[in-house]
Write a protein of this length. Structure first.
Length: 241
């Protein structure tokens, strides 16, 4: 099948209009405009740096590849569009979650045993990821879970009770962008912009949508990273004045 969209056209059609809409309708209930934008910029930069090695490794392994003619240029194994995605997603998720408020008056002090529970939860995610890596078809999902653990460990150890207390903001801030990205990703897969390897994926898919579970978990986790990061950043900035 000849792809009908290039990677950059995918951004132009499905990503940039959504970002423009979010920017034009932005509300800053989570924190001040300055804090939201600075926190989002920081998270976008971290996403670019942290995701690049993992993503390039999986592309080089053949976990997924791109349709003929869909890639303008590459840096290492990944195309330009991939790096743009690493930045566009945090920006979009940040602008979305900014419209939800949080109660930042709670003190930062959390008992060490409570923080340890956050580390334990992240450790359980790591254990599942390592177990999946025992077989080739678990490479994508297993490496994804292992890759996510340092971020989850930092965020959950720092303030999981606060995140739980603000579960509505965390849930709505995460799920709405995730659902949009699931649909956009499913369209890209259907058009052949990129293709997943049968060898390195489980073959499981989200019912009705037909999206491979690996892609679904990727967008859920990365959106959650941004939402938790921005909520915790707003809390920290308010407590530190």
């Amino acid at each position: 099948m000849t792809p009908s969209l290039t990677y950059l056209q995918f951004h132009a059609v499905l990503v940039l209009p959504a970002l423009a809409g979010l920017a034009l309708t932005a509300r800053y209930r989570l924190a001040s405009r300055r804090i939201v934008l600075s926190g989002t910029a920081l998270l976008a930069a971290l996403a670019l740096v942290y995701t690049t090695p993992w993503d390039n490794y999986l592309v080089a392994r053949g976990v997924w590849w791109y349709g003929e003619g869909t890639v303008l240029t590459r840096l290492w194994a990944a195309p330009l569009g991939e790096y743009l995605f690493f930045v566009f997603q945090p920006v979009g998720v940040g602008l979305w979650v900014a419209r939800y408020g949080v109660d930042t008056t709670r003190p930062l002090a959390i008992p060490v045993p409570t923080r340890a529970l956050g580390l334990l939860a992240a450790g359980l995610v790591a254990a599942v990821g390592v177990a999946l890596l025992d077989s080739p078809d678990g490479l994508y999902l297993g490496s994804l879970l292992v890759w996510s653990v340092p971020i989850l460990a930092i965020q959950w150890a720092f303030g999981w009770p606060f995140l739980v207390a603000e579960w509505r903001t965390v849930a709505l801030g995460t799920l709405v962008p995730t659902l949009y990205l699931w649909v956009a990703d499913r369209i890209a897969l259907a058009l052949g912009v990129w293709t997943l390897s049968d060898q390195y994926t489980t073959g499981l898919a989200i019912p009705l949508l037909g999206l491979p579970v690996e892609e679904a978990v990727f967008f859920l986790l990365t959106s959650l990273f941004v939402v938790q990061g921005l909520v915790l950043f707003a809390w920290l900035c308010d407590r530190w004045g």
